[in-house]
Structure formats: structure tokens, C-alpha cells
Design a protein around this ligand. Sequence first.
Ligand code: SF4
Ligand code: SF4
Length: 339
Amino acid sequence: MTPTKTVAFSKNSTNLFFHILTKCNLKCRHCYINPAQHGKNTLPLSTITAWLEAFSHNSNSKNLIFLGGEPTLHPDLATAVKQACRLGFGSITIDTNGYLFGDILSRVTPEEVGYFSFSLDGATRETNDQIRGDGSYDTCLAGIRRAAAAGFITSLIYTVSSANIHELVMMAPLLDHLGIDRFFIQVIGLRGKSALAESTTDLPKPPQVSRSQWLDTIPGAAKMIAERGITVTYPKVYLGVEEKFECAGNVADNYFVFPNGRVYRCPLCEDFPIHSLCFQDNQIQPTAKLNELDFFQLDIPEGCVMNKMIQPHNISYDRDGRPQYKIACCLLKEEIRAG
Ligand code: SF4
Ligand code: SF4
């Protein structure tokens, strides 16, 4: 196991997070999909191919993550994977809730898909199903086993909230038992349903975790899990006041593409019509100002501008009004590599 390492933003690789539809069979409590901002359509294969082509000319190494909604609900996902391979995407991941619709495991190969990445939000059926819906725990575990039996490498995403932070350490034996190769810890954000809950009084309040809960639990749990030979990645979230802050929107090459044609450079911007790019006639075009790029330029003592705007309660100030720490870019990760 290597020591915990902050993963620097890469300038030589492009990460394409491609939402090919927003439809899903589940209704997770914290779902970040916002149909008013992301649309409700399912992209036809011809559009998926054209949009992949638009990114394929980039000389960087290209990583592609197919997302939804639930991407395996798309009838042409397998063909889209093959198109992406043909277009030179070096690493392809399919993010799934584990239902694996459309017989996807037999329609793509481990040579084509680097990872099937499953989402589970509890070490126990009770906790996970309260968040993600009845039956989702058993189905996800069965999906992981099926993917592994078919020869695919599997990873797992756990979105930490006050409803499941207590079960994070319990994930260690489960991940081991399931043969998971990489474990991604996410922090619940104020996006999609969580943002809606924050702004209305008739929905349950979003289960955010405090800074002390995060720091007391996450690094230790990550180390414990990595000791089992699993590579663990988690967001850094907090920076000391002296630590260098960088906005991935300025220094990295990430694209978050939605089926209504919006293309964002920052996931925290996805609830707002401030995308900096969009597809028009299958060509990628810059949008008019103001857009997210203008926010990335702002240099504030709190670090991430978007976080300051949408989650101001995440920051504490001293008596002189100076922030006691900075909020890191949500894309800045800590990693403990197995072996
Ligand atoms: S599986 Fe994903 S897309 Fe579907 S409801 Fe849950 S969080 Fe939303
Ligand atoms: S999360 Fe903050 S720091 Fe990261 S890309 Fe978005 S605005 Fe920039």
C-alpha cells in the first residue's frame, strides 16, 4: 500500500463524463440528475457517435465514462462502447446502479470496458435501500458478482452522507469479498434532489456531513480499506489556508456532457444554466458570457467559488473574518494505491 497521495490535475489527459440519457429505474434520495437543467431525452446512437467524434481529435489520452441516469437502460450502449474504442478512447468505464439492463455483460468485452463501476451507499441492505430503494442492495451485489464472473474489473462508488457514514468502515470486508479493484468515496453535494431539499421546506433536509465528521472518519476508513489491497480514492474537500488552491476548470481537461447538449467543465455548475460549451448541430460551441469560465477566474480566500456560492455553510471564519481553511476543488482527490 502506498501512502495517501493527492492526485495532481492532469493536463495531458481528457476525461469525458458522458450522460447519454437521464432516465433511471431508481429514485435515489440524493440523485444529482436535474431534468430541468439536464433534459429528459435519450440520445440516439448517431448523436452519441457524433459527440464522441467531436472529442476524439484531442491529442490527449482520453478517458470516457458512460453515465445516466442508468446508462445500461440505453439500448445502444454496447454499440456506443465499440464506437468509442474505434475513436481511440483509451479507457472506458460504465457507471451503473447494478441492474445491468440489456444483457450488457455479454454485449461488451473486458478489452473494451476497463471498469464496470457500481454505486452502493451502505454496507448493509437496510442502510443502502433506505437511500437507493428497496431491492437495490441485493441487485447491486448480484451485478458485481456477474460482472466479475464475466471477467470485468469492478469498482465501487460510495456517496458519504450522514445516513451512511457510520457504515463506511464496514465496507472493507464486503469490498474484499466482492473482489472490488477500486473504491471511490464521494461526498454528498448540494446538487439535484439535495439542492432542491435545501431550498424547500417540504422535503427532508439533505444529509450533509460536517467537516469534523469527514476528517474524523474518511481518511482512517480509506486507509483501512486500502490495507485489503484495494485502491481507494476520496475527495480532499478541505485545504489548509497555506495550501495551494487550483480550480480544475482552469487547469484540467474535464467535460460533463448532458443529453440536452450542455457541456460543463465543473460538476458543481451543473444545476445552473452556466455551461461554457454546448453542442449545436453536433458541433461543440462556446456559450455566451457570463458562464462558468468567468467564475473559475475569481480568486477568493475561501478557495472554490462555486462552493462558496452554493454551500457557504461549509466554511468557517475567524473573528477577523478570515476563512479558517479553504475548500478544495471537488475534483481534487486523495488516493491510496494498493500494492
Ligand atoms: S442510480 Fe444514479 S441516476 Fe439513478 S436515481 Fe440513483 S443516483 Fe440517480
Ligand atoms: S468545483 Fe470549484 S474549483 Fe473545482 S472546477 Fe468547480 S468551481 Fe473550479
